[in-house]
Design a protein around this ligand. Sequence first.
Ligand code: SAM
Length: 280
Amino acid sequence: MNCSEILNNGKNFLKKNNIKSPILDSELLLSKVLNKTREDILLNSNHILKKHEINRFNSYLLRRQLNEPIAYILGFKYFWKYKFVINNSVLIPRPDTELIIEECLKYLPNDKSKKILDVGTGSGCIVVSLLKERSKCKATAVDISRKAINVAKTNAKLHQLENKINFINIDIDKYKSNNYDLIVSNPPYVSSIEFKRLDNDIKFHEPILALSGGSDGFRDLRKVIVKSKKLLKINGKLVLEIGHKQKNQCTKILYENGFYINKISKDLSGKDRCIVSSRL
Ligand SMILES: C[S@@+](CC[C@H](N)C(=O)[O-])C[C@H]1O[C@@H](n2cnc3c(N)ncnc32)[C@H](O)[C@@H]1O
């Protein structure tokens, strides 16, 4: 069987199983099997596959049929300007979260050495992207999940930042070190009702610890805000990712905890997604 034939089989199989992007997914899975780019494969569509390559491709198709996200099967995801290793212990980095990077960078001058804390680091995509842009900064990244911390450490190493980021496996509630210039967090913020409505790809495959923000969706946002009040320097910045319906309640919690709201930004689809505030 050649590339063109196997891609056609893959496409038909995924389509029949209601997978949303059957052509792209088949191409990505074959590129993983052959360790070649999609372009290379399409340019050499007559290339004959070996038996073990066909078997591997078919095993990936079966995983995709069960709604496993393509990023977990591939084992990586691009975020900001970089490639991140991922597995099902961490949230798949989202393009919307790149907004957080843009906002943080505005408060991290190129020539200054600022102290950053990333709460709920997951794959480490936020903290690694920030430190790649700001070589003078130093950071701590915490996560309640030991497995997530291991993935984040792998990514820090991949991007030669292992000496600049201190990774700690801890619940933010128990974290004590203070004096940060900037705290950034994309905490779990999905409410119980919204959780039930999530796509199967997300609901059954991404870690619940990374998604569920308790019954109202504010359990962890509240924790991060209350804790940041203690951990930030005066006038230090708190940059939060929020759910698109959480702006009003989140603003209220920030005011109650002595923060000034600097800015609320919208994501790529025009929804409120990021709040920047300052500790007064
Ligand atoms: C939405 S994910 C964000 C992952 C990554 N920062 C990103 O933006 O892709 C939230 C992360 O917070 C972690 N987390 C949840 N509760 C926590 C807590 N109480 N303390 C520290 N980390 C927590 C989860 O394990 C998960 O990795």
